[in-house]
Design a protein around this ligand. Structure first.
Ligand code: MN
Length: 204
């Protein structure tokens, strides 16, 4: 059975950048829905139900074809949101908490500077047509920005996401309406860089 992880902070912890009501609905309804649907669709398939969701997403070819699309969507939704909550934190993204150490050097090497990285990442998020995600993935010591449609997760392709941003409308519409660019700009204020640094260190 898959279980919904608790949000690692209060619903209002990311205010004013991400509002409390959005966090409630996003975690308690959307993420909970992916978990429920994933469990429902795999009823009776104990081997798959026992896998960590990351393993399940790496092994979609083992999932019966009749339910594979549902597992891809809901398992991806579960994996992506479980990571997403940890990518954010209360007042974690002020200037003093910009990327540091090895990660800061890798960002400079790949994109020129932190500001240029932010620009490219935001552009990828804004350009993602419809629903999806934008990701920073580690390839050894290198880094790249990719985007995925729907709930597709980089884990499916054996990639190592170290940061990701949900650009589905449900992630921002209550506060930002159609202004996805404003949501992305505000989001930098709540990025939990220590978590991203940790993921980068274990991906290298
Ligand atoms: Mn979402």
């Amino acid at each position: 059975m898959f279980t919904l992880p608790d949000l690692p902070y209060a619903y209002n912890a990311l205010e004013p950048f991400i509002d409390e009501r959005t966090m409630q609905i996003h975690h308690d309804k959307h993420h909970a829905g992916y978990v429920k649907n994933l469990n429902d669709v795999l009823v009776g398939n104990d081997a798959l139900l026992a896998m960590p969701v990351e393993e399940l997403m790496k092994n979609l070819s083992q999932v019966p074809e009749t339910v594979r699309t549902k597992v891809r969507n809901n398992g991806g939704g579960h994996a992506n949101h479980s990571m997403f909550w940890t990518f954010m934190g209360p007042s974690a993204g002020n200037e003093s908490r910009a990327p540091q150490g090895e990660l800061a050097m890798a960002i400079d090497a790949a994109f020129g500077s932190y500001a240029k990285f932010q620009e490219q990442f935001a552009t990828a998020g804004i350009s993602r047509f419809g629903s999806g995600w934008v990701w920073l993935v580690a390839n050894g010591k290198g880094l790249s920005i990719i985007d995925t449609p729907n709930q597709d997760t980089p884990i499916m392709d054996g990639k190592a996401p170290i940061l990701g941003l949900d650009v589905w409308e449900h992630a921002y519409y209550l506060k930002y309406q159609n202004m996805r660019a404003d949501y992305i700009k505000a989001w930098w204020n709540v990025v939990n860089w220590p978590e991203v640094e940790k993921r980068f260190a274990s991906a290298v």
